[in-house]
Design a protein around this ligand. Structure first.
Ligand SMILES: [Fe+2]
Ligand SMILES: [Fe+2]
Length: 176
């Protein structure tokens, strides 16, 4: 099924947004390393990989449809945060923004009567629901424990157990 240039451009913009997300989460992983929370750093490392996978899913899709991928610039990510709660709130805000972008992309697919893209994007729509729910639950627990003391140590241990494919570890402390 042919794909229109406007739709290809919109997917290319989303590829940029997913790589930008990946880069942002890698910066957050670095922040957690600096702040001696290797479990949270690991969690963000997996998040970085997931966002890279999202970008690559769209990358492959453009080619499957006979379009051309044009990679765009990504900017330096935010890297100063006040607390772990501050970081996860920023994740939540970022994911809400991504959800709105996916919704806009879906609207473009509808406007161009691109049915295959609409079907493919249903995976991304479900993924956003899941990601927002997971981050909400982490924020709720961080609010409960206040952000420091032994409880943050336990939460850090738990987040350090997040499974991920072939994790690319950035420190030995991150390997669980
Ligand atoms: Fe994503
Ligand atoms: Fe995401």
């Amino acid at each position: 099924m042919p794909i229109t240039p406007a739709v290809v451009e919109a997917i290319n913009n989303q590829i940029q947004a997913e790589f930008q997300s990946a880069y942002q989460y890698l910066a957050m992983s670095a922040w957690f390393h600096e702040n001696n929370l290797p479990g949270c750093a690991h969690w963000m490392n997996i998040q970085w990989q997931e966002e890279t996978a999202h970008a690559m899913k769209l990358f492959g899709y453009v080619h499957d449809r006979g379009g051309a991928v044009t990679l765009q610039a990504i900017t330096a990510p935010e890297h100063t945060y006040a607390s772990p709660l501050d970081v996860f709130r920023a994740v939540r805000e970022h994911e809400a923004w991504i959800t709105s972008r996916i919704t806009e992309l879906y609207d473009i697919a509808v406007a161009h009567r691109d049915l295959p893209l609409q079907i493919m994007l249903q995976w991304f729509i479900s993924e956003q629901v899941e990601e927002e729910a997971v981050v909400d639950s982490i924020i709720e627990r961080l609010q409960m424990i206040g952000g420091d003391g032994p409880s943050i140590y336990l939460l850090d241990r738990e987040l350090g157990g997040r499974p991920g494919g072939d994790a690319v570890h950035s420190s030995t402390a991150e390997q669980h």
